[in-house]
Design a protein around this ligand. Structure first.
Ligand SMILES: Nc1ncnc2c1ncn2[C@@H]1O[C@H](COP(=O)(O)OP(=O)(O)OP(=O)(O)O)[C@@H](O)[C@H]1O
Ligand SMILES: [Mg+2]
Length: 358
């Protein structure tokens, strides 16, 4: 406030000094010229008084103007600094509240013009992002601990049984233990992919990808497991699909996650059809199965991390509930999106995803 006041005081003083100099040099000269023109050639008593009156009036006007200007400058500085100080104090308080771990702190937007609004808005945006990150981090840690508990408990129980001589380390047991460690390893891998996706750090190597060829490769890779379960794998791919700019390995991962899901949830004798078509701007890929379907209330959650429709049963079947989260994250990182629909339990599931065409 002092600095603002000094600055305004300087402006007032320079203004006054200018007026003084101008009246002294130009004003008085003009005044005298007019007095001469009015016939007061030699300064007589009357002329001296008139000049004195002129000087007094000027001085009086200037003193009053100076006082008024200083009062207004003081008031304006006080008002402005108080408002700016309130905002700065608000930002500082919110920042230390956030630093202390409470991410709900926000700054009120002051009516101080667009720059201050931008400042307050950016601050609030930053606080919002931090809050989101913190929620994700906490949820992720909780989910991770939960997911690790079962395989660790299994490993522990078997090791204890072996120590006590109750269980033998025969090939089936070793196979089962291997299964549990593999599950932990996959969990670690999936978690790192999910967090990279959620923090927008997924490294993508973009190149022109032919979706028809991508589907072909996915089918070749899954033919054997589908045949073993007795589920038919068909494709309906439009000719001359435009290419997309994408990371083929990541898109391969999307196809694998979706084909694994479809196979896991489709009983023997069922079918899974992959289709692809172009809408001009987009290339749309659809995987439709004739499997167990998804109830309406679960549909809105299947894309969430660690969500499984039938928690116990799906976990038993080896799922940790991140396959769809990863698939959607990859597609979104390419500028597209993925959605899951199902007419209901027992009536199949359709997963559709699209990417912008090149
Ligand atoms: N084709 C499908 N038919 C029926 N239910 C499905 C299908 N795909 C997914 N789901 C349901 O959605 C849940 C989430 O799928 P997601 O792929 O994310 O996890 P997951 O398959 O259980 O585990 P992960 O893919 O990590 O091994 C599944 O547990 C399952 O309940
Ligand atoms: Mg899955």
């Amino acid at each position: 406030m002092t600095r603002l006041l000094i600055a305004q005081g300087l402006v007032v003083l320079v203004g006054l000094a200018t007026i003084l100099v101008v009246t002294e040099i130009v004003g008085l000269a003009l005044f005298r010229e007019h007095m001469v023109a009015a016939g007061h050639e030699n300064p007589d008593v009357e002329a001296i008084h008139v000049e004195e009156a002129f000087r007094s009036a000027i001085t009086f006007a200037l003193v009053v103007a100076l006082a008024a200007a200083l009062v207004v400058a003081l008031a304006a500085s006080y008002y402005l600094t108080r408002r700016v100080a309130r905002l700065v104090r608000g930002v500082a308080e919110a920042a230390s509240t956030i630093a202390a771990g409470d991410y709900e702190a926000r700054v009120q937007t002051p009516a101080l013009g667009p720059e201050f609004k931008v400042l307050a808005d950016s601050f609030n945006q930053m606080a919002g992002r931090l809050a989101d990150t913190e929620t994700t981090r906490q949820q992720m840690l909780g989910d991770l601990a939960h997911e690790m508990r079962t395989p660790i408990a299994t490993l522990d129980a078997y090791l204890e049984g072996t120590e006590d001589g109750v269980t033998q380390l025969d090939p089936p047991t070793v196979g089962m233990l291997r299964g549990q460690t593999q599950r932990l390893a996959r969990l670690a891998e999936d978690i790192s992919t999910v967090s990279r996706i959620e923090e927008h750090h997924l490294a993508l190597v973009h190149e022109p990808v032919h979706i028809g060829r991508l589907i072909e490769q996915a089918i070749t890779a899954h033919e054997a497991v589908y045949a073993a379960k007795g589920v038919r794998l068909a494709k309906k791919v439009e000719e001359d699909l435009p290419t997309v700019g994408a990371d083929p390995d990541r898109l391969g991962q999307v196809m694998t996650n979706l084909l694994d899901n479809a196979l896991r949830h489709t009983p023997e004798g069922g079918a899974v059809t992959i289709s692809a078509q172009s809408t001009g701007e987009r290339v749309v890929v659809t995987l439709a199965d004739t499997g167990e379907g998804i109830p309406a209330d679960a549909l809105e959650h299947v894309l969430e991390r660690f969500y499984r429709v039938d928690t116990a049963r799906d976990r038993q079947r080896g799922g940790s509930g991140v396959g769809l989260t990863i698939a959607r994250g990859i597609v979104k990182a390419h500028g597209g999106d993925l959605s899951v629909t199902s007419p209901g339990p027992g009536r199949g599931t359709t997963v559709a995803w699209w990417l912008p065409a090149l």
